[in-house]
Design a protein. Structure first.
Ligand SMILES: Cc1ncc(COP(=O)(O)O)c(C=O)c1O
Length: 372
C-alpha cells in the first residue's frame, strides 16, 4: 500500500523533473511539511470536490472495470466526439489529457521557449510557471491589481516587450478566487501581440456566479490564438481519475495532440462520458450546493469582521492579519489542513470549501488559531 509518507517522497522527487504538478501534489508536499497527516484530517488544501464523482460515473466505472484488460483505443473516436460536443466543439478542436495538468504542460512546452516567455500574474496556479522554469524557458510575472484581479493590459504589454510568448490566464484565478471579466478577456484576445498564444485555464469556471464572466471557448470557433484548458477534477469531483482537456483551433490542437502521452484511462473516460450525459443536472446541483456552503462561511467571516477576497470558485482567501504560515502550521495539528502559502500574499490563507461538516470544523479550528 502506498502510504501518504511514500507519496510525499515521490512527489518530492517529481518536483525536480520538468513536469507540471497537479494541485494535489503542491498541496500534499506543503501538508507533509506541516504535520504528519493524521487520520480524520479535514483536507481543505487542494480545492477538491468532497462530493466525488457523480453516482452515474461510479456505475460506469464499475461496469468497465472487468474489461479494463483491453486498451479500448477503438472507443476514443467516440469519446473525443462526446467531450467536444459537450462544449459545442468538433473532435479535432480538443485534446484529452491526464488531468488538465498534461495539456497545460504540453502548451507550455510547445508555445514558450528560452526567448518566448510564459507571461502570467503572481500569484496564480504555479504549475505552468514551474513547468516553464524547469524547462529553462522564460517566465514573466505581473502584479495583480489592487482588487486582486489580473491586469490584462500589463499581460499584453509584457508579451509585446518580449516579442511574443504565451500568456497564462487562470479564470477564476487560483489562489485568489477572483475573475477576469468577459470584457477584459475580450480586450486581451483582441490585443494579443504577434507570436503570442493565450492559454485560459478554466478549471473553476463552473463555480462562477456572475453575468460578466464567460468562457473563452467561443474564441476557438473564431480561430483565435487561444487555448482553453478544462478539467474534470473540480466540479465533476474526479481529481483522482486524472481527466481534462484542451480546446483549440484544429492546427493548435494537432500540435498539442502530437505531444500527448497517450489516451486517458478507459475507466476515467467512461466516468467522464457518464457525467457529461448528466451534465445539466450534475453541474447546477453541485454549483448550488457549493455556493450555499461558501455563503455560510463568508457570512460567518463578515459577522466576525474577518476580511476575505470575495470568492468565485470552490476556495477563498482569508486575510488573517498576520503571516498565514502561522495558521498553516497550527491548524493541521487541530485536524484541519488549509492551503499552502502563496507569496507575495503572505497574510492571506487559502481554504477550499468542503462539506458543511468540514466547514463547521474549519470555523472552530480557524477561530481558535485566529484568537490565539
Ligand atoms: C487552476 C488550476 N489549473 C489546473 C489544475 C490541474 O488540475 P488537474 O490536473 O487535476 O486537472 C489545478 C489543480 O488544482 C488548478 O487549480
Amino acid at each position: 500500500m502506498t502510504t501518504r509518507r511514500r507519496f510525499f517522497a515521490r512527489m518530492g522527487a517529481a518536483a525536480a523533473a520538468a513536469r507540471l504538478l497537479p494541485e494535489a501534489a503542491y498541496a500534499q508536499r506543503a501538508a507533509a511539511k506541516a504535520v504528519g497527516a493524521g487520520a480524520g484530517m479535514v483536507w481543505l488544501n487542494a480545492n477538491e470536490n468532497p462530493a466525488g464523482p457523480p453516482a452515474v460515473s461510479l456505475d460506469a466505472m464499475r461496469e468497465v472495470l472487468p474489461a479494463s484488460g483491453r486498451y479500448h483505443y477503438n472507443e476514443f473516436g467516440d469519446i473525443y466526439t462526446a467531450v467536444a460536443k459537450s462544449e459545442g466543439l468538433a473532435p479535432n478542436q480538443i485534446v484529452l489529457g491526464s488531468g488538465s495538468s498534461e495539456v497545460l504542460h504540453t502548451a507550455v512546452d510547445l508555445f514558450t521557449s528560452p526567448t518566448r516567455p510564459l507571461i502570467t500574474v503572481t500569484p496564480a496556479y504555479e504549475g505552468p510557471r514551474d513547468c516553464a522554469r524547469h524547462l529553462g524557458h522564460g517566465v514573466v510575472l505581473t502584479r495583480l491589481r489592487d482588487d486582486y484581479t489580473a491586469d490584462v493590459h500589463k499581460l499584453a504589454e509584457e508579451a509585446e516587450k518580449a516579442g511574443g510568448g504565451m500568456i497564462y490566464l487562470c479564470n477564476p484565478n487560483n489562489p485568489t478566487s477572483t475573475i477576469t471579466t468577459a470584457d477584459d478577456v475580450d480586450w486581451l484576445v483582441n490585443h494579443l501581440p504577434a507570436n503570442t498564444m493565450l492559454l485560459v485555464d478554466e478549471a473553476y469556471i463552473h463555480y462562477v456566479d456572475r453575468p460578466d464572466v464567460r468562457s473563452a471557448l467561443p474564441y476557438i470557433q473564431q480561430g483565435r490564438n487561444v487555448i482553453v484548458a478544462r478539467t474534470f477534477s473540480k466540479i465533476y469531483g474526479m481529481a483522482g481519475l486524472r481527466a481534462g482537456f484542451a480546446a483549440a483551433r484544429p492546427d493548435i490542437a494537432q500540435k498539442l495532440e502530437s505531444m500527448a502521452l497517450n489516451v486517458i484511462s478507459i475507466v476515467s473516460a467512461r466516468a467522464v462520458l457518464a457525467a457529461l450525459a448528466h451534465r445539466d443536472t450534475v453541474v447546477p446541483q453541485r454549483k448550488a450546493s457549493l455556493i450555499q456552503t461558501r455563503r455560510e462561511l463568508t457570512a460567518w467571516l463578515r459577522e466576525r469582521d474577518v476580511k476575505f477576497i470575495e470568492p468565485n470558485a470552490n476556495f477563498l482567501m482569508i486575510d488573517v492579519g498576520r503571516n498565514a504560515r502561522e495558521f498553516i502550521g497550527a491548524m493541521p495539528k487541530l485536524g484541519v489542513a488549509p492551503g499552502r502559502p502563496f507569496p507575495p500574499l503572505d497574510n492571506l490563507l487559502r481554504v477550499s470549501i468542503g462539506t458543511p461538516a468540514d466547514m463547521a470544523k474549519f470555523r472552530d479550528v480557524f477561530w481558535k488559531v485566529y484568537k490565539g
